[in-house]
Structures are given as structure tokens and as C-alpha cells.
Design a protein around this ligand. Structure first.
Ligand code: SF4
Length: 235
């Protein structure tokens, strides 16, 4: 199935989906966002490579902050860095490089996101992108990732699941796990609290309404006092 331009979802949402479907729905359905130490570090690391520069050194041409899209996967986004390596025939072979805070993870979410970038490049440039690399902030090392059939299938399935989740418009219930402790939405999601199944936007709206009612009653009470005072003064 091919998606339309209006249908494209952020490529970065794949990471949210693979980390936790509830987190993904909170961010992309309910539009809830909260920055914590982990997201702040990631943002700063990305800002350093987000300058849209181009340079060529020997047989490697480098572009930063490259716009990507795939109508097949229904995704769009930006690659941190695309290197183009000149091969023996003089052709430039695209090679995506993604910068990540921290160290390599046990799960392969980063590989899936990088593979999605490769699939976008293949569709946009009509070429084959066999590998790319992840660069981790902690060990400052590159990890080469091969885009094999298994990873490609996993990436396509993740993109389909992402579209299904967003178009359902529903937020899955919370389930507390160890990973929740590093989740930027822990305080809003409240996975340990009974009732975490509730829609967070509605919960926040209710809290704000309750606060407004309290504020209103306080204002009315103080208006009442001051008007009683002015009657007393005039008589
Ligand atoms: S706190 Fe846990 S359940 Fe809630 S969004 Fe984060 S990872 Fe998911």
C-alpha cells in the first residue's frame, strides 16, 4: 500500500512505538510531551549534527540533517548524517549515520530506525542501501548495521503497526516495567497508579478544570468579602 503525503508519520515515532506503544500513543495521539535528562541529552547531541552542512573529503561526501520520506512505509523525517562513499565504479553509495546518546541498547530499536532511513533513501534515490552506522555518545564508536531481510521486514512491520496505532486514536493501557524508570512520560503516565488506563489528555483536562473551579470559587469568595466591605464603608 502506498501512503499519501498527508498520511506520512514521523520516522522517529518508530522508536517510541518499539520502546512502548503507550508512550507512542501519548506523544503522537494525545500530543503529550515531557523532557527528561535522557531526551535532553539526545536533543543536544542531535543539535550538534543538525546544521545542514555538506562536505567532501577524499572518497566520502557528507550531508547533515537530510530530509527523508517513504510513501511505501508512510514515514518522513530527517537523517542526522548521510555519507556517500565512492565505489570502484565511481558511483556514490549512500550510507546513513545516526547519532545516539548513551550506549548500544539490548533491543534493536536504533537499528530499526536506521533501517527505516535506508528504506527511505532507497525509495527516494532508486538505489540499494546495504548498510549504515550508529554512533553512540558514550563510547564514541560507530557500529556498522547491515540491512538484511530480517531487519527490513521488522522495520516494515513496525511502520504498519505505527499507522494502525495512530489511526486507531486510542492509547493502550499502562503496564509498569523496568523501562518505565527511564521513560520521559513516567510522571504523566503513572503506570503504578490504579486508573492509569485513563486517557492522559482527559485526565489533565479534568485536573485543569478542577483547578479552574477552585480558582473561581476563591475569586468569588474574595469578591464577596470586598463588596461586603464596600457596603459597610458607604453606610
Ligand atoms: S511510563 Fe512505562 S507504561 Fe508509561 S509510557 Fe512510559 S514506558 Fe510506557
Amino acid at each position: 500500500m502506498m501512503h499519501s503525503e498527508d498520511d506520512l508519520l514521523p520516522l522517529s515515532a518508530l522508536q517510541h512505538l518499539l520502546f512502548c506503544e503507550r508512550q507512542c500513543a501519548l506523544i503522537h495521539v494525545e500530543q503529550v510531551w515531557s523532557e527528561n535528562l535522557f531526551t535532553a541529552e539526545g536533543r543536544i547531541l542531535h543539535e550538534r549534527v543538525d546544521s545542514g552542512e555538506r562536505q567532501t573529503r577524499n572518497d566520502v561526501r557528507t550531508e547533515t540533517a537530510v530530509a527523508l520520506r517513504s510513501f511505501r512505509l508512510g514515514l518522513s523525517g530527517k537523517a542526522d548524517v548521510i555519507e556517500y562513499h565512492r565505489d570502484a565504479q565511481g558511483n556514490w553509495q549512500p550510507f546513513p549515520v545516526e547519532y545516539k546518546r548513551g550506549k548500544p541498547k539490548a533491543a534493536n530499536w536504533d537499528q530499526v530506525q536506521l533501517c527505516a532511513q535506508a528504506l527511505c533513501l532507497e525509495e527516494m534515490l532508486d538505489c540499494l542501501v546495504p548498510e549504515g552506522a550508529l554512533f553512540y555518545g558514550t563510547n564514541r564508536r560507530r557500529q556498522v548495521v547491515r540491512f538484511d531481510e530480517k531487519l527490513r521486514r521488522e522495520t516494515e512491520e513496525a511502520a504498519s503497526r505505527l499507522h494502525a496505532l495512530i489511526s486507531s486514536g486510542t492509547t493502550p493501557p499502562a503496564r509498569y516495567e523496568k523501562k518505565c524508570e527511564s521513560c520521559s512520560l513516567l510522571n504523566l503516565c503513572m503506570p503504578k497508579v490504579a486508573g492509569a488506563k485513563k486517557n492522559v489528555s482527559r485526565y489533565l483536562a479534568r485536573i485543569l478544570t478542577e483547578e479552574a473551579v477552585v480558582q473561581d470559587s476563591l475569586t468569588t469568595a474574595s469578591d464577596g468579602k470586598s463588596s461586603a466591605g464596600s457596603i459597610g464603608e458607604s453606610s
